[in-house]
Ligand binder design. Structure first.
Ligand code: PRX
Length: 652
């Protein structure tokens, strides 16, 4: 965030008290905070009763092996049954679960009864392919109903899934499959993107040529494009799933049975496999989805615009909403296909009442034309959510006025892949939010802003965001690396979880999340580590050394800017820069493509050899340079300034 944007943000003190009519009908009442303060565990225990358990728990929380938590110890449940079957059993089989909006405009409605059949068929098919409880299944699919069915089928048979965003490269997929040692990969022939098709199976073919654990690739036919086929390894979804029996007896698993692994970027070059388990995760995702979105399952139409490849898709498309028996829209395509008001057309068409999206999307719509949504009837909307990055007050205000008719409450929800569920957010009908602040921790959650020594800061001061008490949906570790979990999250200060974010506490003790303070960038709400992009760059033969920083970007929050030293005789030029950007896209995925690559003769380093990213950020953001006296060679910055060769921006 630029200094200007930051100071605007911190001077924002308008509040938006709840509308009395909304307040009257709101799911939560103000006393919920007090109730949770009296006993945090009793509060979560009460929320766990929202789910159907085959066996009750003996202990709500076991924290004796901290920081490894166990929630609802002794309890047993089946997550998929909770998300699907129990609604059918309660007589809601005819309720629409998914309204699938294809990019082409075709719509398919899937009821809970139909979803149950599909999940059971997929569970039977996976069992037939030799998948047993505990085996890992990788899912690399576009936003189509089969993606949700595949996740639920894995949950049903106790096989943890590892969903890999379909925009990631073959290389990124390969490393995630190998880390989790997945037995099966579920993918599609391709996906629709802006009116044409993009292959997916080809990336899987490339990835699985180096993944010894993979026995089967299960392929959904989506685009109908030709694919290469290995008859020993590949099977069609329509041949093994659609023909399988819809009868499947679900087994209950312990509350701590692994539900999924989701890879996310950290400060090193290797993504971390964040592990989530069943009972606590489902309790918190279900409760927060009900409370934060004020969900009225019998009448709301909910739409979360995330992709299932990210944690938002896991927690607030699949698990939380379906556990609550929601009716929701899922959209396959891009916001500008076939026109820039497609989302508003979808809201109008399906009478969406609750919309959950990211600030980058909101800013993009503002750029496309603040009046574009005016041509659509958005009067069905009654609540708006934001997630993934700080929302600037201008975007907040436009979201409220331009989309929410100046009446919808906005919930700015702070959480992470690691937290599994929303942690800090206004509660609609209770909180009077300030535009740009995520406000206060939810009931049952404890968060604080602390200084360098780990002491809570006084109102009006900035510091680091930490979580002091275990919470039900918390990560249970990093797949295959116990120590990395302790080192990454629990080592900075004793007994607190450090989220990696900087934050400010305002005079009223509301939390303003300012963004990452580590080497993780946030580009359009997606986490990318500087080291990952650096590793991708130095894997190109022309590159000797690379340093990457996230520079403030009006549209995407941060943009990736790379400083590159070339090897030997390479002289740079437009062509090489284009090639390097393409190389990063190939190694990681198009989302990691640097906005700008600057060829430089040297990098600014301290005497101990550490790259001074702060100075590079100053260059990238075209600011006057800060203090250069700690550099081993202070003249380096002159060399950099003189030798800069910037490539044109491109947000692809
Ligand atoms: O920096 C914070 C930012 O996104 C990071 C988590 O990214 P990820 O694990 O990919 O999950 C994103 C979706 C939950 C956080 O460390 N972030 C997330 N939500 C907000 C936010 N920053 C400010 N305000 C938010 N509401």
């Amino acid at each position: 965030m630029s200094d200007d944007a930051l100071s605007n943000l911190l001077h924002e003190d308008r509040t938006f008290p709840p509308d009395p009519a909304f307040e009257k009908r709101a799911n939560v009442k103000p006393d919920v905070y007090e109730e949770a303060t009296i006993s945090r565990t009793a509060f979560w225990e009460e929320q766990a009763r929202r789910l159907a358990w085959d066996t009750g728990w003996d202990q709500v929380l076991d924290w004796s092996d901290a920081p490894f938590a166990r929630w609802f110890v002794g309890g047993r449940l089946n997550v998929a049954v909770n998300c699907v079957d129990r609604h059918v059993a309660a007589g809601l089989g005819n309720r629409t679960a998914l309204i699938f909006e294809a990019e082409s405009g075709d719509t398919q409605e899937i009821t809970y009864a139909h979803l149950q059949d599909m999940v059971c068929q997929a569970a039977n098919a996976l069992t037939g392919l030799g998948v047993v409880a505990g085996d890992r299944v990788a899912i690399y699919l576009p936003m189509i109903p089969q993606a949700i069915v595949a996740m639920l089928a894995c949950a049903r048979i106790g096989a943890p899934h590892s969903v890999v965003f379909a925009g990631f490269s073959a290389e990124a997929l390969r490393s995630r499959i190998n880390d989790a040692e997945a037995k099966v990969v579920i993918t599609a022939d391709g996906q629709f993107r802006r009116g044409s098709t993009l292959p997916l199976k080809a990336a899987v073919d490339e990835a699985v040529s180096h993944t010894p654990s993979v026995e089967t690739v299960l392929v959904v036919r989506r685009t109908g494009d030709d694919v290469t086929w290995d008859p020993e390894r590949d099977v069609w979804w329509h041949e093994v799933v659609d023909t399988a029996s819809p009868e499947h007896e679900a087994q209950a698993f312990p509350a701590e049975h692994p539900l999924f692994i989701l890879y996310t970027s950290g400060t090193t070059g290797t993504p971390k496999g964040i592990l989530h388990t069943s009972g606590g995760y489902l309790t918190q995702t279900a409760w927060t989805h009900w409370a934060v979105f004020d969900l009225k399952a019998e009448s709301d139409v909910y739409w979360c615009t995330a992709d299932i490849g990210w944690v938002t898709g896991h927690s607030y498309i699949v698990y939380g909403p379906l556990a609550n028996g929601v009716t929701q829209v899922i959209y396959e395509g891009t916001p500008d296909t076939p026109h820039k008001a497609r989302w508003w057309e979808i809201v109008q068409k399906h009478r969406v009442t609750l919309l959950y999206t990211a600030p980058t999307a909101i800013r993009t719509f503002m750029k496309w034309g603040e009046r574009l949504p005016d041509d659509y009837d958005l009067s069905s909307l009654r609540l708006l959510g934001s997630v993934g990055e700080p929302i600037n007050p201008e975007a907040w205000m436009w979201y409220r006025r331009g989309i929410g008719g100046d009446t919808c409450p906005i919930v700015d929800t702070w959480w992470q892949t690691e937290t599994g569920a929303i942690m800090i957010s206004p509660l609609p009908g209770v909180t009077a939010p300030k535009p740009g602040s995520a406000m206060t921790p939810l009931p049952g959650i404890s968060a604080a802003v602390v200084d360098d020594h780990g002491a809570p800061v006084a109102p009006g001061n900035g510091g680091y965001l930490v979580l002091q008490q275990p919470w039900p949906a918390m990560l249970r570790g990093i797949w295959g690396n116990k120590q990395r979990y302790i080192d990454t999250y629990w080592s900075r200060w004793p007994d607190v979880y450090f989220a990696g974010d900087g934050a400010k506490l305002d005079e009223d003790s509301n939390i303003w999340v300012l963004g990452r303070v580590d080497d993780v960038m946030n580009v359009s709400g997606h986490r990318i580590s500087t080291t990952e992009v650096e590793s991708a760059l130095v894997s190109h033969p022309a590159v000797a050394e690379a340093a990457v920083v996230g520079a403030a970007d009006d549209m995407t929050g941060q943009g990736i800017v790379a400083f590159v030293i070339l090897r030997g005789d390479n002289t740079g030029g437009e062509e090489l820069i284009t090639e390097l950007r393409g190389h990063v896209a190939h190694e990681i995925g198009p989302i990691a493509k640097p906005r700008q690559i600057m060829i430089v003769p040297e990098l600014p380093k301290t005497r101990s050899g550490k790259i001074m990213r702060r100075l590079l950020r100053d260059v990238a953001e075209q600011r006057d340079l800060g203090d250069v006296t700690t550099l081993a060679d202070p003249t380096v910055m002159n060399l950099i300034s003189q030798g800069l060769a910037a490539a044109p921006g491109d947000d692809a």
